[in-house]
Design a protein around this ligand. Structure first.
Ligand code: G3H
Ligand code: 13P
Ligand code: ZN
Length: 326
């Protein structure tokens, strides 16, 4: 039986983006696949008083079971409410979002199961097919007051099973037609960010094309822009991993000053997954390396959850500017 996200305590992204646009910050969109990640996201965002978008990818649904993940999201709202009342904090808005939906059927199924927002990623399709697919999802989603994110341009790197060698930057001259032709609520663009922990090749200039972002903003003023692939791959986390038996060579992310500039612009949502993976891996490797006889998962997943929470709190305060915006 279909369930509305409104009955589960989620919100869609419309009011979140309106406020972010007006005040010049970006809402964090953090991916989760398991309980510890979810706890870290929710407690970090509650304690920094930041709105948050919980992201579930189709890979996450395959890994953790789609029903279970949605119920965990619902449980996270209950946890947030209880913690807010215990700590005397304001409740924070939480959206449950499908990350990189690739078919109409997947988006429909997520909406029916209580998601408040979906991404339909037709970025690999020819322009007109991308418009047609995105429009189909929007027409299904909007009567349920579910918001939709579309994408134009292709990020280099790996997304689920699809990988692209080269960036195909978003063409500013196409964005107005796409937005008007589809009715989407937000637009993900490709300006040099990419998925994963290897965002620039050694020797390559480590910067993103903020000039393209500026050009896009001129074509669709006041429209909510989304940046995927926005992990900064903190060197200190890479070092902990490598000092404790890992081998991440030449891992590099998006410079934080670029992300800060983007967050102050029309970019209203910034997607971060890889940095969370690095924080978890660093903490687990360190604990197991220092305590080789430890075998209680709580003893290494607990510190991982704490490290993740600290990372997200810092991002909200120092990079996205979303802290204290509730
Ligand atoms: O954009 C990709 C996200 O990082 C999700 O990754 O598909 O491996 O869950 P995943
Ligand atoms: P990162 O791999 O840079 O964390 O990007 C995550 C993302 O875009 C999820 O959709
Ligand atoms: Zn992405």
């Amino acid at each position: 039986m279909a369930v509305s996200y409104k009955d589960l305590g989620f919100v869609n992204t419309r009011a979140m983006f309106k406020k972010a646009m007006a005040e010049g910050y970006a809402v964090p969109a953090y991916n989760f696949n398991n309980m510890e990640q979810l706890q870290a996201i929710v407690s970090a965002c509650l304690e920094t008083q930041s709105p948050v978008i919980l992201q579930i990818s189709s890979g996450a649904r395959k890994y953790a079971d789609k029903t279970l993940l949605r119920y965990m999201g619902q449980g996270a709202v209950e946890m947030m409410k209880r913690m807010a009342s215990e700590k005397g904090l304001k409740e924070i808005p939480i959206a449950l979002h499908l990350d990189h939906g690739d078919t109409f059927e997947l988006c429909k199924s997520c909406i029916e199961s209580g998601f408040s927002s979906v991404m339909i990623d037709g970025s690999h399709l020819p322009f007109n097919e991308n418009i047609a697919l995105t429009k189909q999802v929007v027409e299904y989603a909007h009567p349920f007051d579910v918001t939709v994110e579309g994408e134009l341009g292709i990020l280099a790197g790996v997304e689920d099973d699809v990988s692209a060698e080269q960036h195909t930057y978003t063409r500013p001259e196409e964005v107005q037609e796409f937005v008007e032709g589809t009715g989407v609520d937000s637009l993900a663009i490709a300006i040099g960010t990419s998925h994963g922990a290897y965002k620039f090749k050694p020797g390559q200039e480590q910067t993103i094309r903020l000039d393209i972002l500026e050009e896009i903003e001129k074509r669709i003023p006041g429209f909510a822009i989304v940046l995927h692939g926005s992990s900064s791959v903190p060197p200190e986390l890479v070092k902990i991993i490598n000092d404790n038996g890992g081998r991440l060579q030449d891992a590099v992310g998006i410079p934080e000053p670029d992300l800060r500039k983007a967050a102050k612009s029309a970019v209203c949502k910034i997607n971060i997954d890889s940095d969370g993976r690095l924080a978890v891996t660093a903490a687990i490797r360190k604990t197991l390396n220092e305590k080789p006889s430890e075998f209680d998962p709580r003893k290494y997943l607990g510190p991982a959850r704490e490290a993740l929470k600290e990372l997200f709190m810092r991002k909200n305060k120092e990079v996205l500017g979303s802290a204290n915006r509730v």
